[in-house]
Design a binder for this molecule. Structure first.
Ligand code: NAD
Ligand code: DAU
Length: 336
């Protein structure tokens, strides 16, 4: 890959991917990002200017997207599509931007890929498959039926279906990945792990929805980046690959690990109003990606990855502090 257009590259996972590409490849990156509340320019600060360019704009605006995709060479370049409205709780309060960005935005990019023939990778989520019971021995695979629960996951499912249709009907050269819950640096403090880390730093109690037994399958965002790069280089066109690192943990277990790390009592937490339609459990079977493309995660020890992440939030208070009071006020208004 010579040049990559990374949408959403100033957000959590997208910016980590841009750092990964700069560290591990020679590719030039153009980031297209609307700089919503979830993005920060700081996440791209310090990257070499001759390797990374930031264009501020909306993926749903063809007048912005088309000239950027036109600059790419279909023989050597690619679009990697991360941009999305990403938070389930926000989608329950106001679904409109989720439909606009996740569905109309993906449509706009796909039309540009169709016109130019450029390679397209669509970054999606395991939430499109709905949820599993806690005692279900099954995990999600590429053959699991779509069954999304929230406006967020429904909009991501819609975007996946558009990609599949553009591959089949128009021959767009696309791949899709569906990944489980990411953790690591630059994640907005509205999300579970950074919210609880910053609550504990502030001397408050972590807030656990419902009974706290919901399970998420955690993967370090660096492993997500290496998986996406692997798919970009070696993935078969038209295929979907599930990305996961065997990181299933209940929310209570995660919160207790954070409390332990800070030397606080494991019971020093608060149960709060549950999320409407709250998915019970996600679990990824990533055998296809590992066997077919030879990918393996490097962060095999969740507690060590969590400790690194806690240290990062301790060292970057100037980054997250400005958003903290408003984020907590919005949660408090919902009893969360
Ligand atoms: P994020 O909310 O941190 O970042 C999203 C980025 O997209 C932000 O920089 C934002 O400014 C940008 N954006 C939003 N609307 C835009 C628009 N209309 N035009 C251009 N840019 C726009 O999200 P994230 O957690 O980094 O997730 C990135 C992608 O990965 C999403 O597609 C998400 O569905 C997927 N994903 C996330 C996870 C996870 O655990 N967070 C897991 C699997 C898949
Ligand atoms: O599975 C992949 C998905 O993971 C991504 O597609 C989404 O973009 C990403 O936000 C994430 O979705 P979740 O809803 O699982 O993540 P969130 O961080 O919002 O919540 C994780 C779990 O923690 C979930 O069961 C809800 C719970 N929770 C969350 C918050 C913010 C709490 O118990 N307390 C909280 O304060």
């Amino acid at each position: 890959m010579n040049r990559i257009l990374v949408t959403g590259g100033a957000g959590f996972i997208g910016s980590n991917f841009v750092h990964h590409v700069v560290r591990h490849t020679d590719a030039h990156v153009t980031v297209l990002d609307k700089l919503t509340y979830a993005a920060t320019r700081e996440s791209l600060a310090g990257l070499p200017e001759d390797r990374v360019e930031l264009v501020v704009g909306d993926i749903a605006d063809a007048s912005v997207v088309d000239p950027l995709v036109d600059r790419l060479d279909p023989a050597t370049d690619a679009v990697v599509h991360y941009a999305a409205e990403s938070h389930n709780d926000n989608s329950l309060s106001d679904p409109a931007p989720f439909v606009q960005t996740n569905i109309v935005g993906t449509f706009t990019l796909l039309e540009a890929a169709r016109r130019t023939g450029v390679r397209f990778h669509h970054v999606s989520t395991d939430e499109v498959y709905g949820d599993l019971d806690l005692d279900d021995p099954k995990r999600f695979t590429e053959d699991t039926a779509y069954n999304p629960s929230s406006p967020y996951s429904a909009s991501k499912a819609g975007s996946d279906h558009l990609v599949r249709a553009w591959v089949r009907s128009f021959g767009v050269r696309a791949t899709i990945s569906n990944c489980s819950n990411n953790y690591g640096p630059w994640q907005h403090i509205e999300k579970f792990i950074p919210r609880q880390i910053t609550e504990v730093i502030d001397g408050r109690r972590p807030r656990v929805y419902g009974d706290g037994l919901n399970v998420r399958d955690w993967i370090h965002t660096e492993d997500h980046s290496s998986a996406v790069w692997t798919i970009l280089e070696k993935g078969r066109i038209g295929q979907t690959y599930l990305i996961g690192a065997d990181g299933e943990r209940s929310n209570l277990d995660v919160v207790r690990a954070i409390l332990r790390h800070f030397g606080r009592s494991e019971d020093d937490l608060e149960f709060v109003t549950d999320r409407a339609g709250h998915d019970r459990r996600y679990a990824i079977e990533s055998g296809k990606l590992r066997t077919e493309l030879g990918w393996e995660p490097t962060y095999q020890d969740f507690e060590a990855g969590l400790a690194d992440t806690i240290a990062w939030y301790q060292a970057h208070e100037d980054w997250w502090r400005p958003a903290k009071a408003a984020t907590e006020a919005a949660y408090a208004a919902k009893g969360q």
